[in-house]
Design a protein around this ligand. Sequence first.
Ligand code: NAD
Ligand code: TYD
Length: 360
Amino acid sequence: MRTYLVTGGAGFIGSNYIHYMFRKYGGDIRIINVDALTYAGNLENLKDLENNENYIFVKADIRDREAIEKIFAAYDIDRVVHFAAESHVDRSIRNPEIFVETNVLGTLVMLNAAKKAWEQPDGSFPKDKRFLYVSTDEVYGSLEEGDTYFYETTPFAPHSPYSASKASGDMLTKAYWDTYKFPVNITSCSNNYGPYQFPEKLIPLIINNALQGKKLPVYGDGKNVRDWLYVDDHAKAIDMVQEKGRLGERYNIGGHNEKQNIEIIHIILDTLKDMLPEGDPRKALVTKDLITYVEDRKGHDRRYAIAPDKIKKEIGWYPETMFADGIRLTIQWFFEHEEWMKHVTSGDYQKYYEEMYQVK
Ligand code: NAD
Ligand code: TYD
């Protein structure tokens, strides 16, 4: 049975990936989820796997070399999928240090621990071992008027402390391939949306605020562009890259779905209005009057857009979920998980771990 070590599996994309993998492979795989449970890590995201004997949760910090080495010693890991990171640009502007600690030094700990566990006496690595670094399109910087897309060959030009730290982890991962032929892949994905996304990011924040009649903050002129991808499509791409990708290669993953932020907000408002049943008091709250232009983000990247040509050509992956469908699925999920949202916004989800795992 193949064993996966997933870091950051209690976060948004990581938890969707774990669900995807068990849906796809069932009992044929084992997943060790290693997560420090920061504000963004929520074990409620994986509640339905608690009794799955092929799923193991280990609370550990990727900066803690000893703890990570212990995990590699305890389990014969075949695949690493490294999601764990500080992931929010606005937080990185206020507090860059933790981004460097987790996204750069934590990545180095992961690379070293996997290398130590997998390296053969002659310096080679077994053929079936793979380490995937989950990177972002933000490492490429910002597209401006007249630019086309980000390609795998686009030079790195990160602007925010978040993207600079992700670029550093990304380059370290590539360096381990170049230097040691340590078996890596890197995926650079555009903005994700879907179930379990923490409501500090644009889409869940707008859904949550609109349903409560709260202001919808738009940074700057609202015309910054992001390329949105439904999270399950990202999970599928990661799996396909680990199965079929060429070692040492980077693959861009994107939705072919560029939209200005203000467009996204209008789509969410229209979809909420359409989906809320007649007589639901929230229907009256959801109006365009909630849209509020606020001060722009510092160093706000103008446009991100991915050309996912290489992954399509080499691996056969392409985005399957149209935005109109993905946003309905996402909103439906939020309708059905009001408790989740309440726990997350009140901080109660952090108590869940203590109760569930009886931590004092
Ligand atoms: P998230 O913030 O929802 O989840 C991050 C997870 O990592 C959390 O569970 C958190 O507890 C855990 N974590 C943080 N620091 C840790 C540490 N020191 N040790 C162990 N665990 C730690 O993030 P996300 O949106 O799911 O993003 C996952 C990955 O995908 C990140 O590497 C991010 O850079 C990348 N990515 C995200 C997007 C996006 O749109 N969200 C797009 C492209 C790439
Ligand atoms: P975000 O979800 O933080 O992702 P990223 O910055 O990694 O792309 O933001 C997406 C876009 O939405 C970005 O251009 C900033 C903008 N934004 C707002 O206008 N208002 C908000 O409240 C948030 C959180 C983001």
